[in-house]
Ligand binder design. Structure first.
Ligand SMILES: *Cc1c(COP(=O)(O)O)cnc(C)c1O
Length: 386
């Protein structure tokens, strides 16, 4: 078994649980994205909602990625990190007035608009400032992403986006708004998509939608296909970098861009998941009647994905190379759902062992809560602990 390279001696000094980000893995991932997109009119926006650790954001900015934001807080965080407003896109079904105003004041690249009432409000707020808002219509392509139903977003029944049946109505309305400039169309079909076929389905649908806009005499400068590329949670040591080559190739081969058009991507998980681990300690090994429990000092307050989506995270015992045994690996929170894995085989453990929950860089730290009045986890990077 390959174990990732952790500064275990330095971990020993630190209070657990905490997040650890390997910035070398992150930088290698960013380099691969640059390699696979240079030479095409492709622009990648990092989805901040996956992780906003300042050093992670700094690496993203250094790599020249833009930002995909879903709240005013994220727009501000992207700008504070030095990502230029001209590379900031802002999505979300429920943008508040102050959030729209923040985007207008900073002249962000584009609002990804999800409904007719939202268009009306943006037009009104832009008018009040004497500005023109650039918007892309988030269209629901009715493509199934074959992923967990909580993270499927591109079906008609989901709350996101404008349905295809409403397109005529929306384009007519947009033409009547003097403070709105339609600069593109936007799609996002879901998350943790590892079978790439749905992205090909999306390309086919985008081509049809492009034909529709052309038939209406509407020129679009931008097409944005969102994010959703999945990562390998089972084997983070063997597949630390996602399948960017195959992913971008699908769009290059199946999506027909018009002359001068730019294709935008919004990747979150694929950028940051594999660089992060939640580091915890075993508090107790409790022998049950039919199984043993490894009780950690981390719970769903630090990493909620297993409790929320039955998500799998690889678990490694960093302090042991003893023969593997099976454990229910659980947290200390007073809820039965506070379980990381059941019947999990890892090197035999004892009180005090350091445990790594792998692939936790995306939707980990950012979703932490203070339930049970627990402190929010700290985070350290490989640059700091070297
Ligand atoms: C969450 C989200 C993303 C990023 O999704 P990943 O699966 O992390 O790549 C991109 N765009 C929008 C609109 C989102 O809501």
């Amino acid at each position: 078994m390959i174990k990732a390279n952790y500064p275990v001696d330095q971990f020993a000094e630190l209070r657990t649980p905490f997040y650890y980000y390997d910035l070398e893995v992150l930088r290698a991932t960013l380099q691969e994205i640059i390699k696979q997109t240079s030479g095409d009119p492709f622009e990648v926006h990092y989805a901040l909602k996956a992780n906003v650790n300042p050093q992670v954001l700094a690496a993203v900015r250094e790599a020249g990625l833009g930002a995909d934001c879903v709240s005013g807080g994220e727009v501000q965080a992207a700008l504070d990190a030095g990502i230029p407003a001209s590379k900031v896109v802002f999505a979300g079904v429920g943008k508040a007035d102050w959030e729209i105003n923040l985007g207008l004041d900073n002249d962000i690249f584009c609002f990804n608009v999800e409904s007719i009432p939202e268009l009306e409000v943006i037009n009104e707020l832009a008018d009040a400032k004497g500005k023109t808002a650039s918007v892309a219509l988030r269209i629901n392509p009715n493509v199934s992403a074959n992923t967990h139903h909580y993270i499927t977003t591109g079906l008609n029944e989901n709350k996101f986006g404008i349905n295809l049946s409403e397109l005529d109505k929306v384009t007519t309305i947009v033409k009547g708004f003097s403070n709105i400039r339609l600069v593109g169309v936007h799609f996002h079909i879901g998350s943790q998509i590892t079978d790439l076929a749905p992205f090909q389905d999306l390309c086919v649908r985008v081509n049809e939608i492009q034909d529709y806009f052309e038939s209406q005499g509407i020129k679009l400068e931008n097409v944005n296909v969102g994010g959703g590329l999945g990562i390998n949670y089972e084997h983070p040591n063997h597949f630390p970098i996602p399948e960017f080559e195959a992913y971008f190739k699908i769009f290059r081969e199946h999506l027909t861009l018009r002359p001068g058009q730019k294709l935008h991507f919004e990747l979150g998980r694929a950028v940051v998941a594999q660089c992060g681990s939640l580091i915890s300690r075993v508090l107790y090994v409790k022998e049950g009647t039919s199984k043993n429990f490894a009780i950690l000092d981390a719970g769903f307050t630090e990493l909620i994905r297993p409790a929320l989506y039955q998500a799998y995270h690889r678990i490694e015992n960093l302090s042991s190379d003893r023969v593997e045994e099976e454990y229910d690996v659980v947290g200390p929170i007073c809820e039965s759902s506070d379980v990381f894995a059941k019947g999990y085989s890892m090197n035999a453990t004892k009180r005090g062992d350091l445990i790594a929950l792998r692939s936790a860089g995306a939707y980990g730290e950012i979703m932490a809560s203070q339930y049970n009045l627990r402190a929010l986890p700290k985070a350290y990077t490989s640059d700091e602990l070297r």
